[in-house]
Design a protein around this ligand. Structure first.
Ligand SMILES: Cc1cc2nc3c(=O)[nH]c(=O)nc-3n(C[C@H](O)[C@H](O)[C@H](O)COP(=O)(O)OP(=O)(O)OC[C@H]3O[C@@H](n4cnc5c(N)ncnc54)[C@H](O)[C@@H]3O)c2cc1C
Length: 472
């Protein structure tokens, strides 16, 4: 028998609670979700193989399977705490490379639909970073785990089921560097699909004669148009992240600017494709940024030196593939991250939801006696994690629908609209809303009588916009 030492040097064959290790787990996709899933699986399985179709070069290198890596990302405080729990010291490691850690209320300049959010510390620490840098730091950690093997340049082409289709038993695929591209079969005791929006699992299930899961979709026409700038010290603004929120049908266009290290800001303007100037039309893009209510994007474009081309990326809308509702679903197969549920990213929820799912998977694995049955339990729990973020994102995005929102979400939209209208003039309300935004408290917390009174009392005057460049 091959012996695999564990991360903390436990003898192979001994689980975290003294049980036997469970053999071999396979993860499809080495994006953010796949890396976190591999980390938790390595505490339970003797071997974990992470299969990634792209080549994963060392260092912070962009790759085709991560198109969103060119665009600003924010990790909500709850998600950041989970990542830190799974990879202790990662926040300090990124901070050492320049990614700032700061108070959400003080460091974020947020333009809400009806005015600027109050700027004051609220006691919630967040960090801004470049997604590619975060993933490469996580990948280095995962690579260093003796139980985990990353097989990159490997395209998974199918999941193989047992003859009675009751469980998944293997994946098949091809090594891209193998000149003959001979198919390779990899046996597994548990298979995790973390292939993101590119996941082909619904088709593979259908090909095996199983029902296709329902696909719930709420579209968004938004496209990000992003570029990295180097900003001279004398032009450094007084914010670390700046944001202009879209809220259809009221606000159709917005933007985000993120400090990825002391010298660099990653800036994006966000709008329906039909409204965005083409990537090469730099002057038109700057002009477009100048028409937004938040002047910070135009400021960076004007004073910064571009260090990348302009990249565009459609947000892809919200999509929840209801594996959790399938009665006939093979055991030993589970799905998480964007492959399960992907959100319109302007609400900043995708990474945090994926992190919470990985954390929950780790918990289920710790409690289970073996891999059998974990998948179904996990998929139900994952649906529970998705429910509230899905409601928030889709209630907002139903504003894009030409027929208007479903009556079922109208009251959620009306409540959200009221919070957004009142937050600019009310630091207490905004601080509570920021906790909800960061998934640190439930939205139901906003229904407390003291906050309801703040929402319903006669309107206090909103502080005027603080000048040409917004709250600096
Ligand atoms: C423009 C934009 C901005 C965003 N901003 C935010 C934000 O601010 N905050 C936030 O939380 N989220 C944001 N998101 C969402 C966030 O990027 C995703 O939720 C997250 O990256 C999903 O990670 P994942 O690992 O599930 O999927 P992915 O990142 O898509 O990773 C899947 C991996 O699987 C690999 N793969 C796919 N198919 C196969 C196969 N057959 N065989 C082998 N490998 C395969 C791919 O190459 C890829 O590496 C944003 C998204 C976009 C597009």
């Amino acid at each position: 028998m091959v012996t695999w030492p564990s991360r903390r040097g436990r003898p192979a064959g001994t689980g975290p609670e003294g049980g036997d290790r469970w053999g071999h787990a396979v993860v499809i996709g080495a994006g953010f979700t796949g890396l976190l899933a591999a980390r938790v699986l390595a505490d339970r399985f003797a071997r974990v193989t992470l299969l990634e179709r792209d080549r994963l070069a060392p260092g912070t290198t962009h790759r085709s399977g991560l198109p969103q890596g060119r665009h600003p990302h924010g990790l909500l405080a709850r998600g950041a705490a989970v990542v830190e729990e799974l990879f202790p010291g990662i926040r300090a490691e990124l901070a050492g490379r320049g990614a700032p850690v700061f108070d959400f209320g003080a460091g974020f300049a947020t333009r809400l639909p009806h005015g600027w959010a109050p700027r004051a510390a609220i006691g919630v620490e967040v960090q801004s970073f470049d997604l590619t840098a975060l993933e490469s730091a996580l990948c280095d950690r995962v690579r260093a785990e003796p139980a985990i093997r990353i097989r990159d340049g490997f395209l998974v082409e199918a999941v193989e089921l047992s003859t009675d289709r009751s469980r998944a038993v293997a994946v098949t695929g091809r090594d891209r560097d193998d000149p003959g591209h001979a198919p390779v079969r990899i046996d597994a005791d548990l298979i995790v699909d973390a292939a993101g929006r590119a996941s082909r699992l619904p088709g593979w299930l259908a090909a095996a004669g199983l029902p296709r899961p329902e696909r719930h979709r709420v579209a968004s026409p938004l496209v990000y148009s992003s570029r990295m700038y180097e900003l001279p010290r004398d032009a450094a603004p007084g914010w670390l992240v700046s944001f202009e929120m879209t809220f259809p049908p009221l606000v159709h266009r917005g933007g985000a600017a993120v400090t990825v290290d002391r010298g660099h800001r990653l800036v994006s303007v966000i709008a329906p494709a039909s409204q965005l100037p083409p990537p090469r039309a730099e002057a038109a893009l700057r002009e477009f940024a100048g028409t937004l209510d938040n002047p910070h994007f135009a400021h960076v474009m004007e004073h910064g030196r571009p260090v990348t081309p302009v990249y565009r990326c459609p947000v892809g809308g919200n999509q929840w593939i209801r594996y959790d509702r399938l009665r006939l679903f093979p055991d030993r197969l589970l799905v998480l991250g964007d492959a399960f549920c992907a959100f319109n990213p302007v609400y900043g929820q995708g990474l945090t939801v994926a992190a919470l799912q990985a954390q929950r998977l780790g918990l289920l694995l710790r409690r289970a006696a073996g891999p059998a049955g974990v998948a179904r339990r996990f998929q139900r729990r994952a649906a529970g994690i998705v429910r509230v973020p899905w409601l928030i994102a889709t209630a907002a995005d139903q504003g894009w629908s030409p027929t208007g929102p479903d009556p079922a979400v109208s009251c959620v939209r009306a409540f959200l609209g009221l919070v957004l209208r009142r937050a600019p003039g009310d630091p207490v309300l905004y601080a509570r809303f920021a906790l909800v935004q960061n998934m640190l408290t439930s939205p139901l917390g906003l229904l407390r009588p003291s906050l309801l009174w703040r929402l319903l009392r006669p309107r206090t005057p909103v502080a005027p916009d603080p000048g040409e460049s917004g709250p600096g």
